[in-house]
Structures are given as C-alpha cells and as structure tokens.
Design a protein around this ligand. Structure first.
Ligand code: PGA
Length: 251
C-alpha cells in the first residue's frame, strides 16, 4: 500500500490569471486523481483566485499563497495578508522560502510571525528550511536547519505544530540543476522528524524535499520513504509535464 504523498508546485513569479486558468485546464485533462495523493499549487498572489476557482471542486487539489505578511491588515503597501489570500481561495501558504530569506532579507523572527499569522487565518503553513552551499561545506547543515525550525516554530505546542508541513530545500539545489542525493535528503529529513518528534509531533509530521526536482529524479527521490513529497519550482510550470511528474512520483 502506498503512503500519502504531496506534490507542491511553486510557480514563483510566473503565470498570471489567464495563464493559470489555461494551466488548470490542461493539468486536469492530463492528471488522473490518485488515492493518497495531493497536488498543491502556489501561484503568485494575483492568480490565487483564478487557480482556486479552477480547483474548487477537487479536494485533492489545494491552492496556497507564496508568502503572507504577519499582520492581518493595515498600511503595508504591496503586501498581502492571511485573511486576504484566504478570501481569494488559498488554503495554505509557503513561509520562509529561500528566495524570501535571501532575496528579500526575511529573518527567522519574520517566519515565526508569519507561521502564527497563517495558523490564525486558517491556512496550512509550509515552512521552508535549508542551508546555503557555504553552510553545507562548513558542516553547518543541521545547525542551520535546527535554527530555522526553532526560529519559526518555538512556542507552538503539539496540535498546532502538527499542522505545519516542512519543506527541506537546500539553497544550493534550488534552480541550479544540482540536487541532494536521496540519501542526503533523507538524512536531513530524519533530523527534522526527530526535532518535531521531540516536541510531540511524531508520525503526523510531513516533510517535503525541494530543489531541482524534475521528471528524471522524482522516482529515485520518492523511493526514499523519508520523503513525504516534493516542492517543485521550474518543473511545475508546464502543466502537462507537471502532471507527468506527479504520476511518475506516485507510481
Ligand atoms: P526549483 O525550485 O524546483 O526550480 O529548484 C524549488 C523551489 O524553490 O521551491
């Protein structure tokens, strides 16, 4: 019997509302729902409503935001909040994606406020963690991941903590064509699971892997039982090949 798997598509700054509608049309003709398999989509904020509408009759297709502000509303020009994206149909949000951390200077303290804001708005947070190449080469991988977990999740107890999905995405693997070996990824996933288990989360923890996941490596990656799914950028932008990737991974 297969385990539950989650395939998450991070569209980043691609696909406006019209393109999102066309994307779902193709995706839905190519993708046959599979038991135990969820497909999550993180479109840019302007396309949330179009994506959520296109997926609304399907419980296995979930739409989420790429980022939210920690305040529910206010004078924060250019930002969107948990309640606003929820109104557009989002059920989840990424928090602390490496591009938010490294391009926009987001800190661990920010991620903590955003996780709290997501939970308050009824959104499932997907917390992204991962080390840079220099940190990896300096033997700091676990120290960095533990710091990011503690920074974002400190103070949350079992029930709330169990609602968080973790995406382990080594920064050096994102968009570079390089990825961690399944065994390397699994080692970090085990540590993340142990961190959560020590705080009462045990079996329910969901840990995804991300960073240059594609059609060629998906089968090998998901052969590793530590991976509960994947978070995919570049290889999720074409709806037909994304459907194929999900089918290969779930096979
Ligand atoms: P990538 O991006 O699959 O293009 O490496 C993954 C991500 O940033 O979530």
């Amino acid at each position: 019997m297969s385990r539950p798997l989650r395939f998450a598509a991070n569209w980043k700054m691609h696909l406006g509302p019209d393109e999102a509608r066309a994307y779902f049309k193709t995706f839905r003709t190519r993708y046959r729902p599979r038991e135990q398999c969820e497909v999550w989509f993180f479109p840019p904020a302007v396309s949330l409503e179009a994506a959520a509408q296109a997926a609304r009759d399907r419980a296995d297709l979930v739409v989420g935001a790429q980022d939210i502000h920690w305040e529910p509303k206010g004078a924060f020009t250019g930002a969107v909040s948990g309640p606003l994206v929820a109104q557009a149909g989002a059920k989840a949000t990424l928090v602390g994606h490496s591009e938010r951390r490294h391009v926009f200077g987001e800190t661990d303290a920010d991620t903590r406020k955003k996780v709290g804001a997501a939970l308050a708005a009824g959104l499932a947070p997907v917390l992204c963690v991962g080390e840079t190449l220099a940190e990896r080469e300096g033997g700091q991988t676990l120290a960095v991941v533990h710091r990011q977990l503690a920074g974002a999740l400190r103070g949350l107890e079992g029930g709330k903590l169990a609602q968080i999905t973790i995406a382990y995405e080594p920064v050096w693997a994102i968009g570079t064509g390089r990825n961690a070996t399944p065994q390397d990824a699994a080692g970090v996933h085990r540590e993340i699971r142990a961190w959560l288990a020590a705080r009462g989360v045990g079996e329910r923890a969901r840990v995804l892997y991300g960073g240059s996941v594609n059609l060629k490596n998906i089968t090998e990656l998901l052969a590793e039982p530590e991976l509960d799914g994947v978070l995919v950028g570049g290889a999720s932008l074409d709806p037909a090949s994304w459907a194929e990737l999900v089918h290969s991974g779930a096979a």
